[in-house]
Ligand binder design. Structure first.
Ligand SMILES: [Zn+2]
Length: 108
């Protein structure tokens, strides 16, 4: 794990550490309920950007949603890399394949 993200890419683990270093004390003081409300507000802003925003506005809103999601993971002690690998590292959780073959009526 690097101390700071490379110029053109960042891993999920590095991003979670970056968010922890920047915001953890404030995030813990705010608590999970208040932080979840900020996430929902950012999801709404992402919806607006997807509907009628520019590509640059969408970039910003995707980053904000990921940042607030990551903040909540930090507050409750969830390692996002571990969570993602546990759920998706061996393929689709529904059918177990790396190209999903679940029926179209299902969620995946
Ligand atoms: Zn599947």
């Amino acid at each position: 794990m690097t101390a700071s993200p490379p110029a053109n890419q960042v891993s999920l683990a590095d991003f979670q550490l970056l968010i922890r270093r920047m915001y953890h004390e404030k995030d813990v003081a705010r608590g999970v309920e208040g932080t979840f409300m900020w996430l929902m507000e950012e999801v709404g802003e992402l919806a607006t950007a997807l509907r009628n925003g520019s590509h640059e506005e969408r970039l910003g809103e995707f980053a904000d949603v990921l940042a607030w999601l990551t903040t909540i993971a930090n507050v409750v002690g969830v390692d996002l890399s571990q969570a993602v690998l546990a759920k998706y590292g061996a393929g689709c959780p529904g059918c177990g394949r790396f190209v999903c073959t679940c029926p179209d009526a299902g969620k995946p």
